[in-house]
Design a protein around this ligand. Structure first.
Ligand code: 5GP
Ligand code: SF4
Ligand code: MG
Length: 463
């Protein structure tokens, strides 16, 4: 999911949030929502199924005046694809309303749901995000301040959660102790104006001209007050950092910056490492658009094999992987990519993709490259084999659907119909980042889950 928050007196915060969500559209395409606090601390909420540009138009945004807005793009990992599961979640408390947007996935949701059922008879959705909101409502109604209540609610949650919360006392941003999902903040205009923006990724700051201040750190809670040039930053929890490495490899936008550089640069560099680790003799290197292109450029630079555009992507097709059903996914792949026979015919081709998950995309792709005249197809993947499902907010499916969990490298090679197949090493992947290599979650590649899941959660996805 994508989460966003703007606190800026006198600015059209609903419009700014619309643009922020537009930049974060890749993080979720199922539903979009914005909640705005007006001058009387009343909240107007608009959310619906669909893309940001389908859910909002100028008329809707004009009916949402105010100084504080929270936004959300949903990518379904838990709960079904229904409008009641759209966010932000808005609830009332004895201190007034709040609006909450969540990115991540809890792994103790069933237990939390049991605990909350007594007070929250009106649990309407099937998402873990709503549970966090009810835990917060309960803590406020028990007499705590916003800051204390958010800490208490967070302490009841186990799993991945980057949260943006709007309250009558300003804007809060928080990350779980491991910081599995990203979250950054910046300011609009001059720093002394105290106009604050919180976004899942830096591309959400760039689009409205906000300047980056810092990441919300793992285990940190930040309280932004209207017009206050210095937000109150503190730790609510201490744990080792474990950023999702898949954000780096695939999920986040290439122009978003992590550890001081764009992911584009990181992805070119892992393509370079891949070329050193898995060399092959060939005529051209192509990338699977869009996610495989930067690594293909890196592979080409190190191997000396010319880079070419061998596949053209329909710009108006979303991420195939993100569609909820397998049938939709398969239909999506056929309309997404078209090979260029003029480029491919008679060539030995190295094709680079960022990951193989189920193997559906790659198998069709290889057949299409051969149809277009490629004489050899060598597949190189700029991440290690995905052998384990994600429980923390990326929809990598159950383990039995992961091709590398069931088949050996040789079997995958023949299943995909490639002449050779090789993956990036785990060391290559983490060492290429400008960060401490222990600071990543790499569980989908090695099964080392940093956060223990409830047994019911674990058995729902692991073979
Ligand atoms: P497959 O057909 O192997 O399941 O899909 C792998 C392709 O899906 C890659 O090209 C990758 O870019 C894309 N993809 C889209 N969404 C995701 C995701 O959430 N995780 C992963 N690993 N790959 C995804
Ligand atoms: Fe990311 Fe994989 Fe860890 Fe999930 S299991 S948080 S996708 S690295
Ligand atoms: Mg891809």
């Amino acid at each position: 999911c994508g989460v966003y928050g703007v606190l800026a007196a006198g600015q059209q915060v609903a419009n700014l949030t619309y643009f922020g969500l537009y930049a974060l559209q890749h993080r979720g395409q199922e539903s979009a929502g914005i909640a705005v606090f007006d001058a009387h601390q009343q909240v107007r909420l608009h959310k619906d199924m669909g893309l940001v540009s389908q859910v909002f138009d100028q008329q809707v945004l004009e009916r949402m005046p105010g100084d504080l807005a929270i936004g959300h793009n949903r990518y379904s990992t838990t709960g079904s694809s229904k409008v009641c599961n759209a966010q932000p979640v808005v609830l009332n408390t004895r201190l007034g309303p709040f609006a909450l947007a969540h990115n991540g996935n809890l792994v103790n949701a069933a237990q939390l749901r049991e605990e909350l059922r007594a007070i929250a008879s009106e649990l309407t959705s099937t998402t873990d995000s709503e549970l966090i909101a009810f835990a917060l409502q309960q803590a406020v109604n028990d007499g705590l301040s916003w800051d204390q209540a958010i800490r208490r609610a967070a302490a009841r949650c186990r799993g991945a959660f980057s949260l943006v919360i709007g309250t009558p006392e300003g804007l809060f941003a928080l990350r779980d102790g491991h910081g599995i999902r990203p979250l950054v903040f910046g300011h609009l205009g001059e720093p002394h104006q105290g106009h604050w923006v919180v976004s899942s990724e830096t591309c959400g700051l760039d689009i409205i001209g906000a300047a980056y201040n810092d990441d919300v750190q793992p285990g940190e809670i930040i309280h932004f007050l209207q017009g206050d040039p210095s937000p109150q930053r503190s730790r609510w929890c201490e744990e080792p950092a474990k950023l999702c490495v898949f954000e780096m490899i695939y999920f986040a936008r290439p122009d978003s910056r992590f550890f001081g550089e764009s992911l584009y640069s990181y992805r070119v560099r892992i393509g370079e490492v891949l070329a050193r680790e898995t060399p092959i003799d060939a005529d051209i290197v192509i990338g699977v658009p869009d996610s495989g292109i930067p690594a293909a450029i890196g592979y080409s630079q190190v191997s000396g094999i010319p880079f070419a555009d061998g596949l053209i992507k329909n710009r108006y097709v979303g991420r195939t992987f993100i569609q909820p059903t397998q049938a939709m996914r398969e239909a999506g792949i056929r309309v997404k990519l078209n090979p260029l026979p003029d480029v491919l015919a008679g060539k030995r081709v190295v094709v680079i993709d960022d990951s193989i998950v189920r193997g559906t995309t790659s198998r069709k792709l290889v057949a299409a490259l051969r149809d277009a005249g490629a004489t050899e197809v060598h597949m190189r993947i700029s991440s290690p084999a995905v052998t384990h499902p994600c429980f923390y907010g990326i929809d990598t499916d159950t383990q039995d659907h992961l091709i590398a969990a069931r088949l050996t490298l040789e079997e995958i090679t023949s299943h995909l119909g490639v002449d050779s197949l090789a993956y990036l090493s785990k060391e290559g992947m983490v060492e290429a980042a400008q960060a401490e290599s222990s600071h990543f979650c790499t569980a989908c590649f090695d099964g080392q889950y940093p956060i223990e899941m409830d047994e019911s959660v674990r058995s729902s996805k692991l073979m």
